[in-house]
Design a protein around this ligand. Sequence first.
Ligand code: IMP
Length: 195
Amino acid sequence: MNILLFATNNLHKLREIREIMGLDVQILSLRDVNINEDIPETQDTIEGNAAQKARYIYEKTGMNCFADDTGLEIEALDGRPGVYSARYAGEGCSFDDNVDKILLELQGNENRKACFRCVICMIMNGKEYFFEGRINGVIIEVKRGKDGFGYDPVFVPDGHKQTFAEMPALLKNGISHRGRAAEKMVKWRKDEIAK
Ligand code: IMP
């Protein structure tokens, strides 16, 4: 059985990634290897943060591993919150605080276009590989739905009517930024193993 360590303790992400990666690889979380501290993410790009997190846990454990970093890029806000998506409303803020802040900043703005961008950095046998996934959509004015996390209740992907927070997990995973990045990683691993 292949084992990959995922640099997260976010149960939503863990569930999503396990569903996407399937049964031929066992995905461990940080908790599974007794890493309970906050992993530094102090870079000013999404790629930089994904690499920083992956390198940190690779150095600590020596295990093949990967880390993801996501930003919500809103056109009318010049790409904000972007790399600052997690703490947009300030240190220690909740998902709701972040959502309320973007809704306030977008009040009265007709341009609601946004994009989730996810970068996964995988370290396999000491080498780094990057995979990117994007999903375009719009930010609605009032939160809808109870599932998912983060900005899900206000993000409606293009071509859909439901927010990410209203969609069944399987549907979100099939089209989401992280799903798309993870699918690229899965395909790359399959090709590598087949070589
Ligand atoms: P992270 O650094 O990858 O954890 O992502 C930064 C922030 O982006 C998170 O704290 C969430 O607020 C947001 N985010 C990441 N992925 C998603 C998602 O799938 N849906 C909604 N928000 C997300």
